[in-house]
Design a protein around this ligand. Structure first.
Ligand code: SF4
Length: 235
């Protein structure tokens, strides 16, 4: 804390990287003997740098590397007078990085919508019933991926345990249990989704067939009417 006390008042920008630095994370969970906390809890949520910038939080356990580098780059553009003040949400996260939920970018969201859920790992279906918190978690990892655009927890079979959230980990434990709200919404989408899935199966079967006029022989059955275009082929 001594270094924070000495550096923060002189800093151009104060950036917390990772969920421990932003909100306390695992070190600040219930029952911890350390009194650990995130930077905004320590300096105050209304803290301003000498350039009048709020603290910038880039959470994640660990932080998604491109999210961090992009935030630093944005602040450098701001320092050069080439970008406006960084847009942050109430938890001081860059809005363009954390404005959407994991669920909104998830490869498996189509399964959720159709009420088609995994009940064990290794399935390609939606993971909500085995503990995914994606529908209520602000994080772009399903869109951005992890390394070079590849990965992103649910996209590659891992449940979202909400590691970018201020309530992490306490509010999301025990991990791997179905989230309480998830059972209500998944029951609803399970009923609706089953109907939609069956209707789509019928339509899918239909559009998987070629139109009936594609057949050998000289007889044209496409429905083409030459008179429509003002001339006739007869005579
Ligand atoms: S796996 Fe998680 S994030 Fe993906 S669709 Fe299911 S609930 Fe949403």
């Amino acid at each position: 804390c001594e270094w924070i006390d000495r550096l923060a008042p002189k800093a151009f920008a104060v950036v917390a990287i990772g969920t421990c630095a932003t909100y306390g994370g695992i070190h600040a969970m219930q029952g911890n003997p350390t009194g650990a906390m995130g930077l905004a809890d320590y300096l105050g949520w209304n803290f301003r740098t000498k350039t009048n910038l709020p603290i910038v939080n880039v959470p994640g356990c660990p932080v998604q590397p491109d999210n961090f580098m992009e935030t630093v780059l944005y602040l450098l553009f701001f320092a050069a007078g080439l970008a406006p003040v960084i847009p942050l949400d109430e938890q001081l996260r860059p809005t363009w990085l954390f404005g959407k939920t994991v669920h909104e970018g998830c490869d498996r969201a189509g399964y959720y919508e159709q009420g088609d859920f995994a009940h064990e790992y290794g399935s390609s279906k939606c993971l909500v019933k085995i503990g995914c918190w994606g529908p209520v978690v602000n994080c772009n990892v399903t869109k951005r991926g992890w390394m070079a655009g590849i990965g992103g927890c649910p996209n590659v079979g891992g449940i979202c345990i909400a590691c970018t959230m201020p309530g992490f980990p306490d509010k999301f434990m025990p991990f791997m249990d179905e989230p309480p709200g998830g059972s209500i919404s998944s029951v609803a989408s399970g009923i609706y989704g089953r109907v939609i899935r069956n209707l789509r199966r019928i339509t899918n079967h239909s559009v998987n067939q070629e139109p009936k006029w594609r057949h050998p022989g000289s007889r044209l059955t496409t429905g083409y009417h030459p008179h429509t275009y003002g001339f006739s082929t007869s005579g």
